[in-house]
Ligand binder design. Structure first.
Ligand code: BDP
Length: 726
C-alpha cells in the first residue's frame, strides 16, 4: 500500500474539512422546506417502514407538483424512494389523492373540510395498513402533502394518524409593495423578485420556489405590485408578464391580484376623468377586467389604495369610497374577482387626530359595499407601529367584510437587521376583544366572519421578500412569512407552536436548540417595543426613511408626520390624550373597550401613552414614576438584545456555521441600534422631564445633539435617490 507523504495527508485533511464545511454551509434559500436528513436513525427507519409503497396517481399539474414535493421531501429526509404502485401490496402504503383521482379505492372526503381542507389518516385498505391523504380538491391534497411532510420534518409519529384541517379564511394573501423598476417600497431584502424586464420570456426558478413556500403554509393569493400603483401594470405589455407569473402560481393554488391606480382610465385609456359614476369610466374598467381574464382566467382581483397619501380616488371626483369600490367590484363580478379596498386613508386636511380618520370615513358605509368587496384594515389605527391597539374599525362594521392587513416587512421593527418574531404581535391584535357582539368578540372572530356568515373573509401580509439569497434579509425574518401563512389559515394558532415548528423545519429538531431559541423569539417583539416605543409611545422614528430614532422630528411635510404630534412631550408630561378631554378617539370603540382604556386604573401599561397625557411623576403600577418607568423599559429593551446574543452564542455547532455566523453578526448590529434608540430617546425626553437617569444605568455614550445629527445614507426601502434621514 502506497504511503502518503505528510503533505498529501495534510491535503486530504484539508479537502475533508472543506467538504464538511460545505455540508454545513446553508444560505437559507430553502426556507422551512430544508428537508434535512432525519438525524434520529431509529425514527428514520420507522418512517421508511411506514412509507414503503406509494399510490399517488397525478393527472393535474397541481397533483403532479404535490407528488414531486412529496418525493423531494422523502428523498431529502429519509433517502427514500417509495415503490410506486397502483394497489396495496406487501409492506405499508401511503395513498394520496382526491376521491376522484383515487376512484379505485372508494375513499371519501367530508364536505366539512371544504374546498381547501384535507384529511390525513391511518386506515385499513384491502386489509393492509395504509396512510391516506385526501381532500375534495387538488389544492386540498397539496396542503395535505405539505402538512404530512411537516410531520416528518418535526419528527412526529405517523403511526396512528387522524388529522383533519381546513382554512378559517378564504383569502390568504401576500401584498408585495414591489415597483415595476424592481425597487421595493419598505423592502429590506434586496430588489423585487419579479424580474419584469425578463418576463414573460424567463420564468425564474425563484417564482416556483416562492409558490411552493406559500402553498406549504396555505397562502393562496399574491398581489405582485405596490399599492402605490403604476397604471402601466394594466397595459397589455405588462399583463403578458403578469400572466406568466399567474401560470406558475396556479400550479400551487395561488391566485394573482394586482394593485390598481384609480386614475388608470385617464393615464392608460386617455379618458378625461376617472369618476366612478361616469359611464365611460365604468365601461373602461369592465372592458379591462374582461381583457385581464382573457390572459388569466383565474385572476383574483384588485387591491386599491385610494385617496390616501396623494393617491387618486373617488373623492377626487366628489364620490365616496363605496362608489369607487363598487364600480370596480361590478367590473370584476362577472368573473368572480374581488376588490380589496384599503382603509389606510389620510388626506391632505390634517385631522385633529389621524387615529380617527379611517373610522370616520368608512363607518358610514357599513353594509353599503358589494358582496365582492372586502375592506382591508391595518391591524392598528396609525401605521404598523411596534405596538398599536386594535383598529376600531374591527368593531364597527358588522355588515362589511374586513380583511386584516399585517406588515411582515419590518418598516417600524428594525428593518432586516433586528430579530423580531411578529406572531405575538399578530396574536395580540387577533385575540383583542372588540365586544361588538358581547364578550369574546375577538378580532379573529370578526375577520373569520363568525358573526356574519355571508361575508367573504381574509388576511393580508405586506411581504418581506426580496432577491437576497435568504429571501427576507434576516434568517429569522423568514419566520414572519411562515407565521403569517399559518395564522391566515387559522388565526387562533399559538405563536409558540408556530415558532417551534418553524425552527425544527428550518434549522434542527435538537431541543437544546429549539427551546432557548423559541423563548427568545417569543420575547423578541416585546424587546423591540421596549427599546423603541415603550408604554404606548408611537411614531417617533426617523422621518420618511423610518430608520432609527427621531422623537425630535417636528418639521416634516405635514403635522401628522411629526413625532412631536404623537408623543406630545412637554414639561408637564408625555402622551396623546385620546379620552373625552382630548381627541376622544376612544369613542370609536365599544363601551367596554373605551371604559377599560380611558380609566387609568384599568388601562394596561402597554397602551398608556396611546390614550393618556400623564405627568412625568405619575405613579405607575410598579411604584416607579412614569419617567423612571420609561427609562427602565428603554434599558431593559436594549439589555434583552444583549441577553439574546449570549443565548445565541451557545448555539454554535448546533446548526450550520453560515447561518449561525450571519445571525450572530446581525445581533451585534441590532444591539448597537437598540442602544442608539435607547440613548437618543432617553436623552431627548429628559429635556422635558428634567429628571435624572437612575445611577444604576450606564451613561449614554454621546450627547443628544450627536444622535440628532446622525445621517444615514441610502437607507433601503424608499427607492429613488432619497438618501438621507432627519
Ligand atoms: C406606510 C408606508 C408607506 C406605504 C403606506 C401604505 O410608510 O410607504 O405606502 O404605509 O400602507 O406605512 O400605503
Amino acid at each position: 500500500m502506497a504511503k502518503y507523504s505528510l503533505t498529501n495527508r495534510c491535503l486530504l485533511v484539508l479537502l475533508f474539512m472543506a467538504a464538511i464545511n460545505k455540508a454545513y454551509a446553508d444560505d437559507g434559500y430553502k426556507l422551512w422546506l430544508e428537508y434535512n436528513k432525519v438525524s434520529n436513525k431509529q425514527l428514520a427507519n420507522i418512517y421508511r417502514q411506514q412509507l414503503q409503497n406509494m399510490i399517488f396517481p397525478a393527472q393535474s399539474d397541481q397533483l403532479k407538483a404535490a407528488r414531486t414535493e412529496l418525493l423531494t421531501g422523502l428523498d431529502g429526509m429519509l433517502a427514500l424512494k417509495p415503490r410506486d404502485t397502483k394497489r396495496t401490496t406487501n409492506g405499508q402504503t401511503i395513498i394520496i389523492g382526491t376521491p376522484r383521482s383515487l376512484k379505485a379505492f372508494s375513499i371519501t372526503a367530508p364536505d366539512s373540510i371544504g374546498s381547501e381542507g384535507y384529511l390525513i389518516k391511518t386506515a385499513l385498505v384491502n386489509q393492509k395498513k395504509c396512510i391516506i391523504i385526501t381532500a375534495n380538491t387538488d389544492a386540498g391534497v397539496m396542503y395535505g402533502v405539505f402538512n404530512f411532510l411537516k410531520l416528518i420534518q418535526t419528527n412526529q409519529s405517523i403511526n396512528k394518524l387522524d388529522l383533519s384541517d381546513h382554512p378559517r379564511m378564504m383569502y390568504r394573501v401576500l401584498d408585495h409593495w414591489d415597483n415595476l423598476n424592481r425597487t421595493v417600497e419598505r423592502g429590506y431584502a434586496g430588489s423585487s423578485i419579479w424580474n419584469w424586464h425578463k418576463l414573460p420570456g424567463v420564468v425564474d426558478q425563484r417564482y416556483i420556489d416562492y409558490a411552493r413556500a406559500n402553498a406549504s403554509v396555505g397562502i393562496n393569493g399574491s398581489v405582485v405590485n405596490n399599492v402605490n400603483a403604476d397604471a402601466l401594470i394594466l397595459s397589455p405589455q405588462y399583463l403578458l408578464k403578469v400572466q406568466a407569473l399567474a401560470n406558475v402560481f396556479r400550479t400551487y393554488g395561488i391566485r394573482i391580484y394586482l394593485s390598481v391606480k384609480f386614475s388608470s382610465p385617464v393615464e392608460l385609456g386617455s379618458l378625461k376623468t376617472a369618476d366612478p359614476l361616469d359611464p365611460a369610466v365604468k365601461k373602461w374598467w369592465a372592458d379591462k377586467a374582461d381583457e385581464i381574464y382573457r390572459y388569466i382566467p383565474d385572476f383574483g382581483g384588485f387591491l386599491v389604495k385610494a385617496n390616501s397619501e396623494g393617491q387618486p380616488g373617488p373623492q377626487s371626483y366628489g364620490r365616496t369610497h363605496a362608489d369607487g369600490a363598487n364600480m370596480l367590484a361590478d367590473a370584476l363580478a362577472p368573473h368572480h374577482g374581488i376588490v380589496m379596498w384599503r382603509a389606510f386613508v389620510y388626506d391632505n386636511k390634517v385631522p385633529d387626530d389621524r387615529f380617527k380618520q379611517a373610522y370616520n370615513e368608512f363607518k358610514p358605509f357599513d353594509g353599503k359595499f358589494r358582496d365582492n368587496v372586502i375592506i382591508q384594515v391595518k391591524n392598528g389605527p396609525i401605521d404598523f407601529q411596534p405596538r398599536e391597539p386594535f383598529h376600531p374599525l374591527f368593531g364597527a362594521m358588522p355588515n362589511t367584510p374586513l380583511m386584516m392587513e399585517f406588515q411582515l416587512t419590518q418598516e417600524y421593527l428594525g428593518f432586516s437587521t433586528h430579530l423580531v418574531y411578529e406572531a405575538p404581535l399578530f396574536a395580540e391584535c387577533l385575540q383583542s376583544d372588540t365586544y361588538t357582539h358581547g364578550i369574546g368578540s375577538t378580532v379573529a372572530r370578526v375577520i373569520k366572519g363568525d358573526f356574519n356568515k355571508k361575508l367573504i373573509t381574509g388576511m393580508a401580509g405586506v411581504a418581506n421578500i426580496g432577491t437576497d439569497l435568504n429571501w427576507c434579509g434576516h434568517p429569522f425574518a423568514q419566520a414572519n412569512w411562515y407565521a403569517f401563512g399559518r395564522m391566515a389559515w387559522n388565526p387562533d394558532q399559538s405563536p409558540g407552536v408556530i415558532a417551534a415548528d418553524w425552527l425544527k423545519m428550518t434549522f434542527s429538531n435538537d431541543d437544546s436548540f429549539v427551546s432557548p431559541v423559541k423563548n427568545f423569539m417569543l420575547q423578541s417583539r416585546e424587546n423591540t417595543v421596549n427599546y423603541m416605543t415603550p408604554l404606548g409611545l408611537h411614531h417617533i422614528m426617523g422621518v420618511s426613511t423610518h430608520y432609527g430614532p427621531g422623537p425630535w422630528v417636528d418639521n416634516a411635510g405635514r403635522p401628522d408626520w411629526n413625532a412631536t404630534y404623537y408623543h406630545k412631550a412637554d414639561s408637564a408630561g408625555i402622551g396623546f390624550n385620546r379620552t373625552g378631554t382630548g381627541s376622544d378617539a376612544l369613542l370609536q370603540y365599544a363601551p367596554e373597550v373605551k371604559a377599560q382604556w380611558e380609566n387609568l386604573q384599568t388601562c394596561p401599561d402597554e397602551y398608556l401613552l396611546w390614550f393618556h397625557h400623564l405627568s412625568w411623576t405619575y405613579k405607575m403600577r410598579s411604584g416607579r414614576s412614569l419617567w423612571d418607568e420609561l427609562v427602565h423599559h428603554y434599558y431593559v429593551g436594549a439589555d434583552s438584545v444583549k441577553q439574546m446574543g449570549l443565548t445565541w452564542d451557545k448555539m454554535q455547532g448546533r446548526i450550520d456555521a453560515e447561518r449561525f455566523t450571519e445571525v450572530k453578526q446581525l445581533m451585534q448590529v441590532q444591539l448597537n441600534e437598540a442602544t442608539t434608540w435607547r440613548d437618543a430617546c432617553v436623552l431627548y425626553f429628559q429635556t422635558f422631564s428634567k429628571m435624572p437617569v437612575p445611577a444604576i444605568y450606564p451613561k449614554p455614550q454621546h450627547q443628544l445633539d450627536y444622535y440628532k445629527k446622525m445621517k444615514f445614507y441610502y437607507v433601503p426601502g424608499i427607492g429613488g435617490n432619497n438618501y438621507m434621514t432627519n
